[in-house]
Write a protein that binds this ligand. Structure first.
Ligand code: MMA
Ligand code: CA
Length: 235
């Protein structure tokens, strides 16, 4: 409020055309004081405040613009992804249940249903990252195995001569992580005898050896087949 008082003082003295204190300001021509300059010749508090406010508004506007622009682009990307995820054919079953209002549980064509999930066997070899990217582009992730039943279900339909990436990897220091963030439970693992055996092998593939199906740590750059997993679609 003090700033307004100062400003009005300036104006009043100007109109009265008295030379006053303002003619002494260095840059101002005689009798024509510059309104936004205070007695000292420095910008007045009001002017400075207005400039600060303007700057603040500009910054706020820019921040808001960037924020909404990013949100909008994200939305567009998601829409694109959803369009991409529209499966042309679903295979659905009505699960046996005594409850009347049953729902259809579906898997896309070429995906295999098991329990509450659908599985896709990708037969063209790719690195671990490329394999996971491919699953991701289909709304899935590399397969996660938490039980003997899951392990048995998938191995029954895999080729004995091939290795398949599963969604298990080590970001460092032999800390095994599932791609879906579910906890790694040491007591529900299916490593081949002697595996994992090399610190540089930070990704896991499932393959068949004389003792049966099991997990082996492998180099993530190696090109392997893979298995994708996603939740069943309920209609
Ligand atoms: C290969 C490779 C390793 C695996 C051993 C087992 C020679 O390396 O697949 O990941 O542990 O075979 O002998
Ligand atoms: Ca190994």
């Amino acid at each position: 409020m003090a700033s307004e008082i100062i400003y009005e003082e300036v104006k009043f003295k100007n109109e009265s055309s008295s030379s006053g204190t303002y003619s002494e300001s260095a840059a101002a021509p005689k009798g024509k004081p510059i309104p936004h300059l205070s007695k000292s010749g420095r910008p007045s508090l009001l002017f400075t405040s207005m400039m600060a406010l303007f700057l603040l508004l500009t910054i706020s506007f820019l921040v808001a613009f960037i924020f909404y622009y990013q949100k909008y682009s994200q939305l567009l990307e998601e829409k694109k992804a959803i369009k991409h995820l529209t499966y042309t054919e679903l295979n659905c079953t009505k699960d046996d249940s005594l409850i009347e209002d049953k729902v259809w549980s579906c898997c896309p064509k070429d995906w295999k249903p098991f329990s509450s999930h659908c599985y896709f066997i990708s037969t063209d070899p790719a690195s671990y990252n490329k394999s996971e990217e491919k699953c991701s582009s289909m709304g899935a992730h590399l397969m996660v195995i938490h039980s003997q039943e899951e392990q048995d279900f998938i191995t029954k339909i895999l080729d004995h001569k091939a290795a398949y990436y599963i969604g298990l990897s080590d970001p460092g220091r032999r800390q095994w992580r599932w791609v879906d963030q579910t906890p790694y439970n040491e007591s529900a693992t299916f490593w081949h005898p002697g595996e994992p055996n090399y610190n540089e092998e930070q990704c896991v593939a499932i393959n068949y050896r004389r003792n049966g199906w099991g997990w082996n740590d492998v180099l993530c750059s190696g090109e392997q087949k893979s298995v994708c997993q996603m939740k069943k679609i309920y209609l």
